[in-house]
Write a protein that binds this ligand. Structure first.
Ligand code: CMP
Length: 143
């Protein structure tokens, strides 16, 4: 598991609680991603607030934190060559209405906010976000 080949994804509460996690994981595995770490959890308000701190000043921040704490979600570390760019392509645009056909959000997302899945936007954030959810021991074990 080397930098450049890993990314952090979250199957968000809209998709997880409506039973779409299995289909989304199967979709990603079929596209060549390997699940290296995974957890099923419900984010606390503090965790969601910290994870999305970069959006703190945005008008949708409060609603986003409320959505992300509304039910169970599933953070995962995925491995594939060029994982960060590849996964952003695989999941599609933030708004499912604008997402390309065959992307995870086109297939499974409800709306711009309830958009089924998160993906890291840089290698640096992939490493930071992986450490947010998983211990060093879990990340080492995943190698
Ligand atoms: P993501 O890109 O994974 O991380 C930021 C999240 O904020 C995004 O997914 C959506 O869930 C949410 N988001 C982004 N833009 C908007 C918006 N304009 N209105 C509501 N939610 C948004």
């Amino acid at each position: 598991m080397t930098s450049g080949n890993i990314t952090l994804t979250i199957i968000k509460p809209d998709a997880f609680t409506s039973g779409k996690a299995g289909k989304i994981i199967a979709h990603l595995e079929a596209e060549g991603y390997a699940v290296r770490a995974a957890r099923v959890m419900r984010l606390t308000e503090a965790q969601a607030g910290e994870f999305y701190a970069v959006h703190r000043e945005r008008p949708f921040y409060k609603s986003l934190v409320s959505f992300m704490t509304s039910g169970t979600c599933m953070p995962m570390v995925l491995e594939k060559a060029g994982a960060v760019a590849a996964l952003r392509k695989s999941i599609g645009a933030t708004d499912p209405k604008e997402a390309d056909a065959g992307t995870v959000r086109k297939l499974y997302a409800e709306s711009k906010e309830r958009n089924a899945i998160h993906a890291s936007d840089s290698d640096e954030n992939a490493a930071r976000e992986s450490r947010f959810f998983f211990s060093e021991a879990e990340l080492i074990a995943a190698k």
